[in-house]
Write a protein that binds this ligand. Structure first.
Ligand code: MG
Length: 374
């Protein structure tokens, strides 16, 4: 039984090495909420809320997550005794949605339980890989800049490149990239920049031998993606549309995608992420790990998750140095020959540099379990 004595929240801000552009938003300073839970035996576990400062990716923000955690989720967790993180996930279901806020504290419980068991999180959840393949996302820019960035990433060992597209930057730009790199595993992410009116435009992309097109249509759609997938040979991948296990079931039932991206924050925690992985495996839908411009903590969870059997497509699992001057974990995530080693130490397998976390925190809060009278 895990009994939580203390929860610490750190609202951190880190500058990205390079601003990250999509057609919706440019992110320069990345805020995160880092969550530390400590049990009555002195073990601790870390999690991360990957909501952004503004609601451009999902409806959550750093401030809504702070509110949900402090008013609802932490009070739910801190008085209970927990057999498993799944049980925590179940308790949080009482509160609706707010998936990234829930995931932040649920992840910390997974790290904690694996540490208590003295094994790595990957082993704890049944991972089968010793290393996972890394892919990288290239920010939207002029074709010349993008080509030189891609060349550098390939030299660094990345074997899968993802490019952000919208109707103003699609076929022509991609053709330049494809002609320069005929064999590279190339995928595109539209972050909902298209509608069904763009079907002919999207069909043109079929000639570019793309690994997939991620989230072409609306973030809350599952039905129209099924219509689109019927007429595209390029596999459709759903990202923003899948924020729960039920969404994943609906997408599988309707044939809305041939690939699914799983992000632990977006789907409300690691328990849901594993369930979605298992569901997709049953239905021969390969999955991969998306990234959230996250710190090393969330990345460490994604590395563990990607060690599961059905993660057959390289994820957005880039090196810490792609994003940060200095990451919050020790050692940092490194990519060698296009691969990231799955750590073997207990829990997430990286140490969190708490001194540094405190330095970059704009706000902190600590919650203690109420002492019971004897
Ligand atoms: Mg995406």
């Amino acid at each position: 039984m895990m009994k939580i004595e203390k929860v610490d929240l750190f609202l951190t801000s880190m500058k990205l090495v390079q601003p990250f552009r999509t057609h919706q938003e440019t992110v320069t300073d990345r805020e995160s909420i880092l969550v530390k839970v400590t049990d009555d035996e002195g073990h601790s576990g870390w999690g991360e809320v990957v909501a952004f400062s503004s609601p451009w990716y999902t409806e959550e923000t750093i401030e809504t997550a702070w509110h949900m955690l402090t008013e609802f989720f932490i009070p739910t967790i801190i008085q209970g005794e927990w057999k498993s993180p799944q049980e925590v996930n179940g308790a949080l279901l009482h509160w609706k949605r707010n998936q990234m806020a829930k995931a932040g504290i649920e992840m910390a419980m997974w790290d904690l339980i694996a540490k208590r068991a003295g094994i790595s999180l990957a082993e704890y959840i049944g991972g089968v890989r010793k290393e996972v393949e890394a892919g990288v996302v290239v920010s939207m820019d002029s074709p010349e800049v993008m080509l030189s960035t891609i060349e550098n990433r390939i030299k660094e060992g990345y074997e899968r490149i993802k490019v952000k597209i919208d109707p103003a930057n699609d076929y022509q730009m991609l053709k330049v990239i494809r002609d320069a790199y005929p064999d590279i595993a190339l995928l595109v992410d539209a972050n909902s920049a298209y509608t069904l009116k763009d079907v002919e435009r999207l069909k043109r992309l079929d000639s570019l031998d793309l690994l997939m097109i991620e989230q072409p249509l609306s973030a809350d759609d599952i039905v129209e993606h099924a219509e689109l997938q019927k007429v595209l040979s390029t596999p459709v991948c759903l990202d923003e549309s899948i924020v729960s296990f039920q969404d994943a079931r609906n997408a599988v039932k309707l044939g809305s995608c041939k690939v699914m991206s799983i992000k632990i924050g977006r789907v409300g925690g690691l328990a849901n992420a594993i369930d979605i992985h298992d569901l997709c495996e049953e239905h021969d839908i390969p999955v991969w790990c998306g990234g959230m411009l996250e710190t090393g903590i969330s990345r460490a969870f994604h590395i563990a998750l990607a060690s599961l059997l059905n993660f057959t497509i390289p994820g957005d699992l880039s090196a810490s140095s792609r994003y940060w001057e200095k990451d919050v974990i020790i050692p940092e995530v490194v990519v060698e020959n296009g691969k990231v080693k799955v750590p073997e130490g207990p829990g997430i397998g990286f140490e969190v540099d708490e001194t540094y976390v405190k330095q970059i925190s704009k706000r902190k809060a600590t919650f203690h379990a109420k002492k019971k009278d004897h």
